[in-house]
Design a protein around this ligand. Structure first.
Ligand code: FES
Length: 112
């Protein structure tokens, strides 16, 4: 990963897709293009984090912020986190089971 870059993963698994994750990905991409023209945040899709019941899941790495139950209405706050003062959106954190979150960091640490 390039120094100083942040990866933002939006789940594209079945459950999250049914809840609108592909549309959310598109919306986030547009917002980041406008508010992060230097491309400090790299948007990616992820096959499934295993926290399907609390989707839509959006993961910020290497910050280790795991957002769940994300809706389009939450995106301005998430973008403010990504492009603004860096404060995560607390109410969207800590929803997914801890073991799922741990596995996610282990996988991302190893490059998956
Ligand atoms: S479908 Fe999104 S976490 Fe599984």
């Amino acid at each position: 990963m390039e120094q100083g870059k942040r990866l933002v993963y939006v789940c594209e698994g079945g459950d999250c897709s049914e809840k609108g994750s592909m549309e959310l990905h598109g919306e986030l991409k547009t917002m980041l293009a406008q508010q992060d023209p230097e491309g400090r945040n790299k948007l990616r899709r992820y096959p499934c984090f295993g926290g399907c019941e609390v989707g839509i899941n959006v993961v910020v790495f290497p910050d280790r912020v795991f957002y769940s139950k994300v809706k389009k209405a939450d995106l301005p706050e998430i973008v403010a986190h990504l492009c603004g003062d860096g404060a995560p959106v607390e109410r969207l954190k800590g929803i997914v089971p801890k073991d799922v979150e741990q596995i996610t960091w282990s996988l991302l640490d190893t490059g998956f």
